[in-house]
Write a protein that binds this ligand. Structure first.
Ligand SMILES: [Zn+2]
Length: 415
């Protein structure tokens, strides 16, 4: 009897151990298995056009001087994100990309030739990340500080062999069906010769409410199902390709613009918002240091709005801040040896402030000022180096390390 009971106990213990082992193995199996991933419910993709690592460092160095008068690190909102990656930027046909080829790589996940938009080198039409997310039920916001039909925003909805065919690009907005567009205005507002239907009429016929300025937005937002919001200064006319008209009194700031986008899209449905700060690139093309930094601070303001949203939806939000390429070959500490370099923020800032925040110096004067401040610009074009990627939130770990700019799409939208 005793012996039988003992063998029962041994059998029971053995059975339990076996069961536990099975559970452990099953769980290990589960851990090892590739679980299907889903994109974050709310996705913000910020693109600082032309924003290399040195541009970000220059903005932080300036902030540190401005706020503390010393060299301790003042960080932008996004440089402290927990995930840091880096992307290669070359295009299909050049070591140095243009914005439309880089925008296409980011939006569509495929390299193309410089000058092309949403089209492969062979001429095949590509589908952007925004289109794919729209099909999954996401609301879509495409925002830029420069014209709505410029290369970077256009890469998310346009298809053209020529990025400068602005009027045709505008025509693709209604076809996209995206929910919210924002920008400074439109290039070729009524076509290249000005004799076509104006962009406001074209888009309103396509189902969009087109508003210029905050007042018109506030009046018409409740009746709108789809919105195009431009600056008051972009009202009913051509935007210049390389100049954003500034009117501090009436302009909607970058942070307000992001708030208006969030107000319009709401948080009931999932959304994808691409926000481009375009004048970082434009200022860098002119090698103008302070306007470039001011543009990065505007980008930072928009990112801060996204961060506030993230804090109220931390498990469902992904924020990525990156660039399409570097512009200007910026170096901190040019024209001298390191022990003699003390970046001349005082000089740059005082000229910037006294000019009323308009750098109207000619190229030679501007160059001399940069030299005296030990800020070096090696080109008036783009360069071919990698650019940083900062990420926080759901799925942000996928953005760690070095990858190609074509990898951004699949990291946002794992399929
Ligand atoms: Zn660019």
């Amino acid at each position: 009897m005793k012996k039988t009971r003992k063998s029962h106990v041994i059998g029971l213990v053995f059975g339990l151990v076996l069961l536990l082992a099975c559970i452990v193995v099953a769980n290990l199996d589960n851990i090892g298995a590739v679980r299907p991933e889903r994109p974050a419910k709310y996705v913000f993709l910020f693109i600082g056009d032309g924003m290399g690592a040195s541009h970000v460092a220059a903005a932080e160095s300036y902030l540190s001087w401005k706020e503390d008068g010393e060299k301790r690190l003042r960080q932008l909102s996004f440089t402290g994100f927990p995930v840091l990656g880096m992307t290669a930027t070359w295009s299909a046909d050049r070591n140095v990309t243009c914005s439309s080829a880089a925008g296409t790589a980011i939006a569509c996940g495929v390299k193309t030739c410089n000058g092309r938009l949403g089209i492969t080198p062979d001429g095949d039409t590509l589908e952007s990340l925004a289109v794919a997310l729209k099909e999954k039920g996401y609301k879509i916001g495409i925002m830029s500080s420069v014209p709505v039909n410029h290369a970077t925003p256009a890469a998310f909805y346009g298809h053209n062999t020529d990025r400068h065919d602005y009027y045709s690009i505008t025509r693709e907005i209604p076809a996209s069906g995206f929910d919210f567009f924002a920008g400074a205005g439109f290039i070729d507002y009524a076509g290249k010769s000005g004799d076509m239907k104006d962009s406001r009429s074209l888009l309103e016929e396509g189902g969009y409410t087109v508003c210029f300025g905050a007042d018109e937005f506030d009046k018409r937002k409740s009746e709108a199902t789809k919105m195009v919001l431009c600056q008051e200064t972009g009202r009913d006319r051509n935007a210049s390709e390389y100049r954003v008209e500034k009117s501090p009194g009436t302009d909607i700031s970058s942070g307000e613009m992001m708030n208006k986008c969030l107000e319009f899209l709401g948080d009931k449905s999932p959304f994808f918002i691409m926000y481009e700060q375009g004048e970082i690139d434009w200022a860098a093309h002119e090698n103008k240091t302070m306007p470039m930094i001011e543009s990065i601070l505007k980008l930072d303001e928009a990112v801060k709005v996204a961060l506030a949203f993230y804090r109220t939806h931390p498990d469902e939000t992904l924020i990525i801040v990156t660039a399409d390429h570097e512009t200007g070959g910026l170096a901190l500490g040019a024209t001298s040896t390191w022990n003699e370099v003390d970046l001349g923020w005082k000089t740059l800032d005082s000229i910037w402030v006294s000019s009323g925040y308009e750098n109207n110096l000619d190229y030679g004067q501007n160059r001399a000022m940069n030299d005296s401040a030990f800020i070096g610009w090696t080109t008036r074009g783009h360069t071919g180096g990698p650019v940083p990627v900062y990420a926080i939130g759901r799925g942000s770990e996928r953005f760690a390390g070095r990858f190609d700019n074509t990898g951004i799409r699949e990291k946002i939208l794992p399929e």
